[in-house]
Design a protein around this ligand. Structure first.
Ligand code: AGP
Length: 612
């Protein structure tokens, strides 16, 4: 987690670095810092707290250096404190380093360095990096490419994940960066180059990017970038042009990114559908081009992901099984990767990740590849790590998602997985054309129906106002409604810090009903006509025990039984999560606002979980 930015060019680096950090704050926000080279010396300014605190550091406005590195931190090793903030310098103040990732063998390296006379002032794993670079730098004094070699040797010693930027006082016109299992992109300008953990942070400066692969190093000057692989062999890279609009990364008049992203869903779902689905045509996935023979070879599908992305997989599992007749297991990436799953060349493993950088999801993908499975990545970020590991990749095209709480990525993931399911079913000829056409027509109506669901905002806001002081909130549903309950509950926990649980309504009497007492808030989701009566009975059981109820439904029910009913447009039950989650995203949002919390940057969380 953590965000890193770098600049080398002809302009003052510090404002560009701070601007980039502000845009990366969603990746971590407990301390920040910048290093620039000022008249041959490295200046290092940092402090705990938010990026904006950097403006308070005396002298920061006087920096004139045109080369610099910067970091916003999500603490892993060592509490948020000035001494643990990045950049970190070596003992002789020759090198300055920022790092995103975790060095797993840092203790061992620290002991080695201490044995060689080095000392440490922070509790971080990162501080070993500048010192290790110094160690190799002084050992290889004769080497003509001394700096690059020293960094390469240091990287070879590191176990774990890293994206690093290095400044060296001896080479004030050079910056070196390296990455392994943590994201890093290089933005190309005219007589200037930028570094960032992600594209949106520097999109206002350039739309041309180099993407680094695991093990790559790059040496930058203001007008050149040279790339090397993990053996230090020079490699060539192509510049990628990114189509995202700068305004997509701004709040655009909304109070928070999360609210903006909730309201963007009619558009983002339309973009996800894109040209894959047109009236009276077969679903188009020519980019992956699976034949009937390939699909028939799969006797099992795994969908593996974390958090919200995993919930998207859960929402689609029933449809995939029903339409394609292939058993589907949805798994949490951090569990999957350590439990020796039974997969082989007859397994299709689908990895879902908005960022494409989630460490557990990437590790799970690597594991299934090694076992011979076919891997398919679903990501929102072009060129992200997961897309470079997978055999096949399809993009959600939801546009940049900045708020830590995922909203539009979820609805786009379900939409894309639905299209994929229909494509599989068409290729396999596993269900009638009518069944497929029914869902296709409903998919094309989704943008309009999401807009309709968004109109419930006042009712949702009022209910949020009534319950925002609660300590516990329960979400209930059956079938796909249960999967929405899980996602709604996660959203609420994340941004409101209210304890919440999601239960399959039928499970209630097997234990959780003991928690239901007078005045407790229960949210019911009722969209499946085949299950509505049973769900109504389950809600009755909690009402009898004094619960306050909010119901999200598109079914005919007796509204008087409930404290608030949010009516949403009806659709095919298998894709109803894409609509029923909308008012519940708003519900979490307004509870968080009522509590005066930072919606976009909830405590302890980061957008991209690039560590285990
Ligand atoms: C969603 O609101 C969360 N912030 C989180 O659960 C997220 O979905 C999860 O970390 C997976 O991220 P990814 O899609 O980028 O892999």
């Amino acid at each position: 987690m953590c965000g890193i930015v770098g600049y080398i060019g002809t302009r003052k680096a510090s404002p560009i670095l701070i601007d980039g950090l502000l845009k990366l704050e969603y990746r971590g926000y407990d301390s920040a810092g910048i290093s620039t080279i000022e008249n041959g010396y490295i200046s290092n300014m940092k402090d705990k707290g938010r990026v904006k605190n950097l403006y308070e550091i005396p002298g920061i406005d006087d920096l004139t250096g045109t080369i610099g590195i910067a970091h916003t931190r999500w603490a892993t090793h060592g509490k948020p404190a000035k001494e643990n903030s990045h950049p970190h310098m070596d003992n002789s103040n020759l090198f300055s380093v920022v790092h995103n990732g975790i060095i797993e063998n840092y203790q061992e390296l620290k002991e080695f360095l201490i044995g060689n006379g080095y000392h440490f002032i922070s509790q971080t794993d990162t501080e070993i990096i500048p010192n290790l670079i110094h160690y190799y730098y002084t050992k290889n004094a004769q080497n003509e490419n001394r700096l690059l070699h020293a960094i390469h040797l240091a990287c070879k010693d590191l176990k774990g994940s890293y994206a690093i930027e290095v400044l060296c006082m001896d080479e004030p016109n050079t910056m070196i960066v390296a990455r392994k299992d943590s994201p890093l992109v290089i933005g190309v300008g005219e007589n200037e180059n930028y570094i960032s953990s992600d594209i949106p942070a520097i999109l206002s400066y350039t739309k041309s990017f180099y993407l680094l692969n695991d093990g790559d190093l790059a040496k930058l000057s203001k007008d050149s970038v040279s790339f090397y692989d993990m053996d230090l062999t020079p490699i060539k890279k192509e510049v990628k042009n990114i189509e995202w609009d700068v305004s997509a990364c701004e709040k655009d008049g909304y109070e928070d990114f999360m609210l903006k992203e909730i309201y963007e869903q009619p558009k983002s779902v339309r973009e996800t559908i894109g040209s894959r689905l047109k009236k009276n045509e077969k679903v188009n996935f020519d980019d992956i081009g699976f034949t009937k023979e390939t699909l028939s070879n799969f006797n099992m599908i795994y969908m593996v992901a974390c958090g919200t992305a995993m919930h998207a997989g859960l929402a689609v599992k029933p449809m995939l099984e029903k339409l394609c007749h292939i058993p589907v297991t949805v798994d949490i990436a951090s569990e999957f990767r350590y439990r020796e799953p039974l997969i082989d060349e007859h397994t299709l493993c689908i990895y879902i990740s908005q960022s494409g950088e989630t460490a557990d999801t990437i590790a799970a993908l690597k594991l299934s590849k090694a076992k011979g499975a076919t891997t398919l990545a679903i990501s929102n970020v072009i060129g992200s790590s997961i897309t470079r590991e997978a055999d096949y990749t399809i993009y959600t095209h939801a546009g940049p998602e900045i708020a830590v709480a995922s909203t539009k990525a979820y609805t786009s993931q379900i939409t894309l997985l639905t299209l994929l399911t229909l494509y599989f079913a068409e290729v396999l000829e596993s269900v009638s054309a009518d069944t497929i056409d029914n869902i296709k027509s409903e998919l094309l109506l989704l943008p309009e129906k999401i807009s309709e669901a968004l109109k419930n905002v006042e009712k949702v806001k009022n209910f949020a106002h009534k319950v925002y002081t609660e300590k516990d909130i329960f979400f209930l549903g059956r079938g796909t409604d249960y999967t929405v309950a899980m996602e709604a509950s996660l959203k609420l926990k994340e941004i409101s810090y209210i304890h919440s649980e999601a239960y399959a309504s039928g499970e209630l009497k097997h234990g959780p009903i003991a928690l239901i007492e007078n005045g407790i808030t229960v949210v019911g989701i009722l969209t499946d006509p085949n299950l509505v009566e049973k769900s109504v009975s389950n809600l009755q059981e909690v009402i009898t025990r004094g619960a306050k109820t909010l119901v999200v439904t598109n079914q005919e029910i007796n509204k008087e039984n409930y404290d608030e009913v949010i009516e949403i447009p009806s659709t095919h039950p298998l894709i109803s999560p894409i609509i029923s989650i909308i008012p519940l995203q708003l519900f979490s949002y307004y509870i968080s606002k009522e509590k005066g919390l930072d919606v976009d940057k909830p405590r302890n969380l980061a957008k991209s979980v690039t560590v285990e």
